[in-house]
Structure formats: structure tokens, C-alpha cells
Design a protein around this ligand. Structure first.
Ligand SMILES: [Zn+2]
Length: 78
């Protein structure tokens, strides 16, 4: 079984893993387990990054989120 979300890299273990559907965590998939649109995942990641380090502009977080997503199997081909 896959151990981390293919879209955002969040570990799919314990409680989070039980909520996960297939290869994606609850934040990256809809109720049918389909991957959410890229833009939506990116917005979520930007908020997550901002939660860690609130300093920075929106453009900073956007470029960091894009960079982060390039390392994820779900988005790597783009
Ligand atoms: Zn995810």
C-alpha cells in the first residue's frame, strides 16, 4: 500500500491513512477518491506553507507550492 499522498506527500498512516482514499489524502481527493484540480491542491499547499512560516508574499508561497508539487508523483509530468 502507498504510504504517502501522491499529490502532497502527506504520510498516509494512522488516522489520516484510514481517512485517505487510494493514493491521495483526504485534502487532495474528493469523496469518490478522485484527485482534485491542480489549482485547488496548490491553494491548499500555499495555506499549509503559510501556516509554517507566515513571512512572505503570496507570490513566494505560490512559487514554493509549485516547486513542492513538482516533486510529487501526481504532478511530476508537468
Ligand atoms: Zn495530499
Amino acid at each position: 500500500m502507498n504510504t504517502s499522498c501522491y499529490s502532497c506527500g502527506m504520510p498516509l498512516a494512522g488516522e489520516e491513512g484510514q481517512k485517505a482514499r487510494g493514493n491521495y489524502c483526504q485534502y487532495c481527493s474528493d469523496e469518490q477518491g478522485n484527485l482534485l484540480p491542480k489549482e485547488q491542491v496548490k491553494q491548499g499547499l500555499m495555506q499549509w506553507l503559510q501556516g509554517w512560516a507566515p513571512e512572505g508574499s503570496k507570490a513566494d508561497f505560490e512559487s514554493r507550492a509549485k516547486h513542492y508539487m513538482m516533486a510529487m508523483p501526481a504532478w511530476a509530468e508537468e
